[in-house]
Design a protein around this ligand. Structure first.
Ligand code: FAD
Length: 506
C-alpha cells in the first residue's frame, strides 16, 4: 500500500469516527442552561437579537418561568409578574428556540460540548449557564425530616402538607423569604430565630424594623384582590432526570396562608443561631428545660425540639431553614477551569463571561467580578436575574456578530421593589449605607404605620434611599442618586412633607 492510499484510509477512518461520535450530537449557536427567570430572559433576548440562530434552552424543570406584565416604575426599576409556563409557550413566542427537559451532567468547555443525564450531547458556539441556586440549610440539620426549606413549587407543596396539622413552627433566617413567611403564616405560633440584632436586616435598618415590629402581633389584613398566578404545578420525578425546579415567583407566599385564624403569634429570638435539633427522647435524656411561650395552653409534647444558642429550647412541629442560597455551579466544574466566588458563584466579567472561553453565566449562579458602579451591588433577586439574563444575551450576540456592546444601564443603580408585611418597600442604591463605613448622614421621615422614608446622604448628595408605604418618591430619588446633585441647601427640608419635592425636581 503506497503512502497516499494509507493517508486516505486514515482520513476515512478519522471521518468515520467523527461521524460515529457526533451522530447523536446536536449543534446550536447558543445554548442556555436553566428555565428560571435568567435563562428564559436570556433565550428570549437571543431570539430578538438573532432570530435566525438556533438556540437551545436546556432545563431540569418541567415548567419554565416567564416575566409578564412588566410595568416600569423608574428608569432602572420595573415591577413584573413571574408566571410558570409550559415550554411550548416560549417556543411559540420564539420559534428558533428549542426547549429540552434534561439536566447537565458534565460540561466539556474545551470542546464546547454538554453531556446530559439522559446520555445526550449538545455542542454550542456560546453557552450561558443560568442554573440558579439551592437553599443553604442550617448546618446542624443533618438529614432531619423536620427541617424544610422553600425554593420551588415542590418545596411549597411539602410545606403546605406539613402545615395542615402544625401548631408551632420555628423559622430560621432573616432575609426576604423568612420575613414574608412570618407575615403570611397566621393562626399558629411562629418562633422566628435571627442571627442579627433586628429583623429583616438584609433589607432594612433598625428604624424600619421598629416600623414593622407591631405587625408581628397584629391581625393580618385579608386581601380582596385575586391572585395573579393561580396555580402551582408540582414537579414530578421522571426517569433519570433530576427534578430541579426554578425559584418561585413574586406571589409565592400567597399559597402559605393556610389557617383560618388571621392572628400573628410571633416570638422573635434575636442574635441567635440553632445550636442543635433534638428528639423528644433526647430532651428527656439530657434533662433540657423546655421554654414555654405566652401563647401556650398547657404543656405539649412536640415531635421535634430546637435548642438555640441563647440556651432556649423550643418544641415545634417542624423547622423552616431560610438562611440564604448556594449557587448551582457544581454540575459544571469537573475538568474545567472556572474561577468561583467564596460562596460558589461563577465569577463573571463585565461581559458576563466566566473564566472559561465562550461560557457566560447569569442570575443566582453568577457573581459579578467587574468594577461595580458606586451605587450597585449584587443581591440574588428576580430583578437582577432578569437584568443579567438580558444583558448576557446581548453580550453573547455581540461576540458572535462583532457588534460593540456597552455595560447595561441597569447596573448603575441597585433597585428593588418588594412587599414586607403587606406594605410596598422600595430600595435604591446604598439604602443601608453599604460600604460607607458610617461616614454618612440619614434623613428620615416617619409616620407610624403609614410610611417610612430614609435617605442616605454623603456631603449633601444622596447615595441611597429606603421607602416604605405609598410614597411615590422612587423616580425623584433615583434621579437624585444617579445625577449626584448637591442637595445641601435643602437640608432636612428635603423630606419636609409640606414641600412637594417630586414636583420641585421634576
Ligand atoms: P432559578 O429560578 O433557580 O432557575 C434555575 C433553573 O436552572 C431551573 O429551571 C433549574 O431546573 C435549572 N437547573 C439547575 N441545575 C441544572 C442542571 N444541572 N441542568 C439543567 N438545568 C438546571 N427575589 C426577589 O427579587 N424578590 C423576592 O421577594 C424573592 N422571594 C423569593 C422567595 C423564594 C421562596 C425564593 C426561593 C426566592 C426568592 N427570590 C426573590 C429570589 C429569586 O427567586 C431568584 O433570585 C431568581 O428566581 C433566580 O433566578 P435564576 O433564573 O437565576 O434561577
Amino acid at each position: 500500500m503506497n503512502s497516499s492510499s494509507e493517508e486516505h484510509q486514515i482520513k476515512v477512518k478519522k471521518q468515520k469516527t467523527y461521524v460515529e461520535e457526533h451522530e447523536d450530537m446536536e449543534e446550536y449557536t447558543y445554548i442556555v442552561v436553566g428555565g428560571g427567570i435568567a435563562g428564559v430572559t436570556c433565550a428570549e433576548h437571543l431570539y430578538i437579537l438573532d432570530p435566525e440562530a438556533q438556540t437551545l434552552l436546556l432545563t431540569a424543570s418541567y415548567l419554565i418561568k416567564a416575566v409578564t406584565n412588566v410595568l416600569p416604575l423608574t428608569k432602572t426599576l420595573d415591577a413584573f409578574d413571574v408566571e410558570e409556563q409550559p415550554p411550548d409557550e416560549l417556543v411559540s413566542r420564539c420559534p428558533s428556540v428549542t426547549v429540552k427537559r434534561d439536566a447537565v451532567l458534565q460540561l466539556d468547555a474545551k470542546n464546547k460540548v454538554i453531556h446530559t443525564t439522559s446520555g445526550k450531547k449538545f455542542k454550542y458556539e456560546k453557552l450561558c449557564i443560568c442554573s440558579g441556586a439551592h437553599p443553604k440549610v442550617i448546618p446542624v440539620a443533618g438529614s432531619s425530616p423536620y427541617v424544610l426549606w422553600i425554593r420551588d413549587t415542590e418545596s411549597v407543596g411539602q410545606f403546605q402538607a406539613r402545615m395542615a396539622d402544625a401548631k408551632r413552627i420555628v423559622i430560621v433566617g432573616n432575609g426576604g423569604i423568612a420575613t414574608e413567611m412570618v407575615y403570611e403564616v397566621t393562626g399558629i405560633e411562629v418562633i422566628w430565630a435571627i442571627k442579627d440584632k433586628y429583623m429583616t436586616a438584609n433589607f432594612i435598618d433598625p428604624g424600619a424594623a421598629e416600623f414593622f415590629r407591631p405587625e408581628l402581633c397584629r391581625e393580618k389584613v385579608k386581601k380582596a384582590v385575586p391572585l395573579k398566578r393561580l396555580k402551582y404545578t408540582i414537579d414530578k420525578a421522571n426517569g433519570d432526570i433530576p427534578v430541579m425546579g426554578g425559584a418561585l415567583g413574586p406571589d409565592w407566599h400567597e399559597k402559605l396562608e393556610l389557617k383560618g385564624d388571621n392572628f400573628h403569634r410571633v416570638i422573635l429570638e434575636k442574635e441567635v443561631e440553632v445550636a442543635c435539633i433534638l428528639s423528644p427522647e433526647e430532651v428527656k435524656k439530657l434533662g433540657k428545660t423546655v421554654t414555654s411561650t405566652k401563647f401556650e395552653e398547657g404543656s405539649t409534647e412536640w415531635p421535634v425540639y430546637v435548642e438555640l444558642t441563647n440556651g432556649k429550647v423550643y418544641g415545634c412541629n417542624f423547622i423552616v431553614s431560610a438562611t440564604g442560597v448556594v449557587p448551582n455551579s457544581k454540575d459544571f466544574l469537573a475538568g474545567n477551569n472556572f474561577s468561583l466566588s467564596p460562596e460558589g458563584g461563577f465569577l463573571v466579567d463585565d461581559k458576563m463571561q466566566t473564566t472559561e472561553k465562550d461560557v457566560y453565566a447569569a442570575g443566582d449562579v453568577c457573581t459579578p467580578n467587574w468594577e461595580l458602579s458606586p451605587h450597585w451591588f449584587q443581591m440574588r433577586l428576580w430583578t437582577q436575574a432578569r437584568q443579567m439574563g438580558s444583558y448576557a444575551a446581548k453580550c453573547m450576540w455581540s461576540s458572535v456578530s462583532g457588534e460593540e456592546m456597552y455595560m447595561d444601564f441597569c447596573f448603575e443603580l441597585f433597585c428593588h421593589a418588594t412587599k414586607f408585611f403587606g406594605k410596598k418597600v422600595i430600595l435604591l442604591g446604598l439604602y443601608n449605607g453599604q460600604g460607607l463605613e458610617s461616614k454618612y448622614e440619614v434623613l428620615l421621615r416617619y409616620s407610624e404605620g403609614v410610611e417610612y422614608i430614609k435617605c442616605v446622604m454623603v456631603d449633601g448628595r444622596m447615595q441611597g434611599a429606603l421607602m416604605i408605604g405609598e410614597t411615590d418618591l422612587e423616580e425623584t430619588f433615583e434621579n437624585l442618586i444617579l445625577n449626584q446633585m448637591d442637595l445641601s441647601e435643602f437640608g432636612e427640608d428635603l423630606l419636609n412633607p409640606d414641600i412637594d419635592i417630586e414636583d420641585y425636581f421634576d
